[in-house]
Design a protein. Structure first.
Ligand SMILES: Nc1ncnc2c1ncn2[C@@H]1O[C@H](COP(=O)(O)OP(=O)(O)OP(=O)(O)O)[C@@H](O)[C@H]1O
Length: 271
């Protein structure tokens, strides 16, 4: 019996001539909260697509919630995974409550002829309250701020009682206050759900929730460091992953990165 929620074994991914993922392994256990870190183009989103059962690797084995990709229907598997994608493609002016309920139906829009049961509405409202949006329950999606949308998407992702929560750059485009609120929300829901495992993708260390327990640093499709967060997120590993000298610090659970001068010679500025 294993409590591995997610297992990637020696996974590769090829796109045309390019080997984008070059042999990566990752095991996420119940209650672990992983950060997938690396520079632009490192392969983070590609890897998250395997974790979310959106794509198959070219080689290697991916097991999500004990089921092996290639042997089960991807769509059935996806219903057990909570996915927070800030590019949520909703077109209709659904209310906050309706958006959260689509987490139960596993759809973007409300399915035709579907009416939620009273306990489903109750559950949606409780999740909305847990992300601090009780007062915005009836507000329509188009009028929400980006930060509010992020928090709605977290409630939506949790509506299906997932064992695995995937967060794809959830704080992208948020101002500093909205970012902090979203990170607090993530830390809050994660602490309130001890059995949940999560994987968050970001390239900014400042965007890691304080609840992050582990990290996989990747660069050009290869692992630079992997393991417990305090051992993996170091100045040395981050500098190697981003190919630039970077000082990393952790205070009160949160990480901060500061680039050292690179020594690049800058040209003369004409006046
Ligand atoms: N549709 C595509 N067609 C061709 N190459 C692609 C495509 N999508 C991604 N790639 C390439 O695959 C590699 C990994 O991309 P991926 O999006 O997984 O990286 P990432 O680490 O998530 O980057 P970012 O931080 O910029 O989002 C990159 O070299 C990228 O150029």
């Amino acid at each position: 019996m294993t409590d591995a929620v997610l297992k990637l074994e020696d996974v590769t991914f090829r796109r045309g001539q390019d080997l984008i993922i070059r042999g990566l392994s990752l095991t996420v256990h119940r209650g672990e909260h992983w950060a997938l870190l690396g520079p632009n183009g490192a392969g983070k989103s590609t890897l998250l697509n395997f974790c979310g059962a959106w794509a198959h690797p070219t080689s290697g084995v991916v097991s999500v919630l004990g089921r092996r990709l290639g042997r089960v229907e991807l769509q059935a598997l996806r219903r057990d995974i909570g996915h927070v994608d800030p590019r949520h493609p909703l077109r209709s002016p659904l209310s906050v409550r309706e958006v959260v309920l689509t987490g139960i139906t596993g759809t973007i829009e409300t399915p035709m002829r579907w009416t939620p049961a009273a306990e489903q509405v109750e559950k949606a409202d409780s999740l909305i309250a847990s992300v601090g949006l009780a007062h915005r329950r009836t507000a329509a999606w188009p009028v929400l701020s980006q930060g509010e949308r992020g928090r709605v998407l977290i409630a939506r992702a949790l509506a299906g009682d997932p064992r695995l929560l995937l967060l794809d750059e959830p704080t992208t485009g948020l101002d500093v206050a909205a970012r902090e609120q979203l990170l607090e929300t993530i830390a809050h829901v994660v602490s309130a759900t001890p059995d949940l495992a999560s994987v968050i993708v970001t390239h900014h260390l400042e965007e890691l929730p304080a609840t992050t327990t582990h990290a996989l640093l990747i660069s050009e499709g290869l692992a630079v460091a992997s393991g417990r967060a305090e051992a993996a997120i170091t100045s040395d590993a981050i500098s190697r992953a981003f190919k630039h000298p970077i000082d990393v610090q952790r205070t009160e659970g949160r990480w901060h990165a500061r680039a050292r001068a690179s020594g690049v010679r800058l040209g003369h500025v004409a006046h």
